[in-house]
Design a protein around this ligand. Sequence first.
Ligand code: AGP
Length: 609
Amino acid sequence: MCGIFGCVLRDGNAAPIIHSSLKRLEYRGYDSVGIATLSNKKIYIKKEQGKIDEVHQLLNLDNMPGNIGIGHTRWATHGAPLQINSHPHTDCKGDIAIVHNGIIENFLELKTELQNLGHTFVSKTDTEIMAHLIEETQKQNPHLNFEQAVLASLKRIEGSYAFAILSTNQPDKIICARNESPLVIGLNDNAIFCASDIPAFLSLTNKAVLINNGELVTLSTQGYEIKKINDASPITRNPITIEWTPEMAVKQGYPHFMIKEIHEQPQVLCNTLRIQDHYLDLLSTFLDRANEVFLVACGTSYHACLAASYMFSKLAFLPTYPVYASEFLEQHGKSVNIDSTILAVSQSGETADTIAAVACAQQRAATVLSLTNTIGSTLTRISRVYIGTQAGPEIGVAATKTFTSQLSVLAQIALKLSKKRGKISQDEIDSLEEKLQQLPIVVETIVTNQEEKIKTLAKKYSKTKLFFYLGRGISTATAFEGRLKLMEIAYIPSIAFPAGESKHGPISLIEDGLPVVFVCPKDDTHKTVIGNIMEMKARGAHILAIIEEGDEAIKSLADDYIEVPKGIPSVLTPIPYVVPLQLLAYYTAVEKGYNPDMPRNLAKSVTVR
Ligand code: AGP
């Protein structure tokens, strides 16, 4: 997730406006920043890694000529957060400048093709290919103007994008295009703007035009023209008036970042499905060669590791050891060695315990692999191979979208490994891959259909003094994560156990009316879970079950239930089944009057041990 912005002014300098608008988009990304302006048929660019204020101090972003320009604030996906990878990117001659939010899936093929035609690339990004593609299209079709060349080039791009493009060929215009990544236009008497989000220009205008997928927009001092990308047919769309305050706009109208981030999960899951195959392949090759594999993390990321241990075992027959990073040194510090592989998982990539575990393993010559949401973080710098989880910045302290994105990437790695090891049939792999592709829609359905019901349940249970969370098999990880969410933001003491363990002690706490949340997908554990539900009911527990749609057996036993669409393979269940638990925790916190974005005593990134 990155932020893009562009503006065409009737008079005045564009750069200071771009700079302050990017500042308002910083919540979309903040590892590098860049601006391109156009004046007297020449493009000027300033860009650097670092936060906007740091880069401004270094380069003075306001001091650039021209009434037209584009800007970008980056959250790295392809290529580390370095000056060279910062946007805007240009073609070979520097006549085209481009900013982009999204992921171009076929960039490697296009890059090779363009390199063979003599184009020189300076960055590791997917974005840069678009500048060269437009250049090449114009070279091969000199009769095309800038807009026509962009239209033709877009037809060759696969993936998600919101582009804003400048060219000396039509120096009074910005061309924008959208597929899946957000894009809005704003306008006032003196200027026209394009941006990833409304907050970027809300202090300048409240008149906005929303751009849909598959549309191209040309901005000039004359206004805006929208066209369909597939046939260039014109579209008429009038501006709407935005009633949000700037604070509401940053949260896109949601009251808190956490609920916004829960709602973002379908889009984030789509992004995770675009991760380049060769990264997944590389990581799974290392895992395949390993003698022993430790999955190391803290908090929510640890729960992703726990779920992954079931995925690796069931799909690739690879035993792995999930370990709390804070325990790694004591538990394995002496035995970890050159034949060990560590897969560290961390949203921030900066968690001190995770870094310490990795450093210890590295000193003892183990191979370090990682999964993180923050490219450029310490973890990426000390790992042999890392994969970015593509969730974009997460501002709510409680991890939500980063958890489901970690699970999606881990499931893809497990599937790759499974293919390599040939442990399950191709039919089964194909079916799992198909189901994985459907998860964004499944999650969307859960949020749409269950949110109101969960709000009511949160009211009903908000006065409870203690909660139990139980699951079997991979659902143990889901139960652990549901418990953590409720505890950390609603401050309700909660206990989570594998359901089978509950009768070895915790069951003594059960008394009349105590709520027990059961995570019960219809997998191999279903029958046994029914037995566990009966045990709890017999002692007066109140059962709240997360079930597969139409699971009449559990419906007849539960006091309350939340339904998840049918047909999710067991190894993928944590992704959709955790969503109702995130919503339950969120609405319970709100019901109790707490701010879920800033739970007491917690920090987003825990950098002390
Ligand atoms: C999750 O909601 C918590 N905020 C916390 O447990 C978090 O997952 C943990 O601190 C690990 O952080 P990391 O993923 O950035 O390493």
